[in-house]
Write a protein that binds this ligand. Structure first.
Ligand SMILES: [Zn+2]
Length: 248
């Protein structure tokens, strides 16, 4: 059976070569998902103090946020950055689910996910979803869900407003965003300037008193998460843990 399976895999690899979703190189038979070089160069956040780090400090005005964590470190053009980019813009659809499973498995016993009752992915705009065919944060959330056995509430949040103006930001915020623009082209940076989120009417009652895991693919400025926290603030007695697959 094993030899039949490996013969079939070899045949599939011949006709439909698998490629590394980070660098695009054709994968050798024994390589799974990433090529060996990308595995080696993938920079991990590692287990850290999830309740005291630079990201959680930025959301201190939302006291219901208890922890924040990420799986990989995001730097311009590193393995994680290329993976996130290719997932979104080159339609490496299955990678999202795998990324969630990988992070869930690695951090399952780290304390980051303790007490979580429901997973909420950061939504993307209707237009982006139509164009891309999927929401990358939702894919990561599904992978986490499979690994952690926690349900996903994908419809709790929705995008409510878009524009292109920087004018509602302070001078300092504009500078920060401008600097971030120079460093990355992530949705986080772009969304920070244009997106607000709303809570769907059914979610208020359903999420009351729950511990929510808010999931995004990447955190750069943290402003997308801030916008989502703003939308969640009216739910009574919630606790929120923020998780990004990668962060700066
Ligand atoms: Zn690679």
């Amino acid at each position: 059976m094993n030899s039949l399976h490996s013969s079939l895999s070899a045949l599939l690899d011949f006709f439909l070569p698998r490629r590394c979703p980070s660098c695009g190189r054709e994968l050798a038979r024994r390589e799974t998902m990433l090529c060996a070089a990308c595995w080696m160069n993938l920079e991990l956040v590692g287990h850290t103090d999830w309740s005291q780090n630079q990201h959680i400090m930025a959301w201190a005005d939302y006291p219901f946020v208890c922890r924040a964590g990420a799986y990989a470190i995001y730097k311009r053009k590193n393995v994680a950055a290329r993976l996130v980019h290719n997932l979104k813009y080159r339609h490496h659809y299955p990678a999202g689910n795998w990324m969630g499973q990988l992070a869930g498995h690695a951090l399952k016993d780290s304390g980051l996910f303790d007490g979580i009752e429901v997973i909420i992915p950061i939504p993307i705009t209707f237009g982006r979803k139509m164009h891309r065919g999927f929401n990358q944060s939702h894919m990561i959330a599904l992978g986490l869900s499979e690994e952690l056995g926690i349900p996903v509430a994908a419809d709790a949040l929705r995008c409510t407003r878009h524009g292109t103006s920087h004018t509602h930001f302070s001078y300092e915020q504009r500078l920060r965003h401008l600097n971030a623009d120079l460093q990355s082209d992530t949705d986080d940076t772009i969304s920070a300037l244009i997106t607000t989120f709303g809570l769907r009417s059914h979610a208020l009652e359903r999420l009351q008193g729950r511990h929510i895991l808010l999931v995004d693919d990447v955190i750069t400025t943290g402003s997308t998460i801030r916008a989502a926290l703003h939308a969640l603030r009216d739910i009574p007695d919630i606790t929120v843990t923020v998780f990004a697959w990668s962060w700066v």
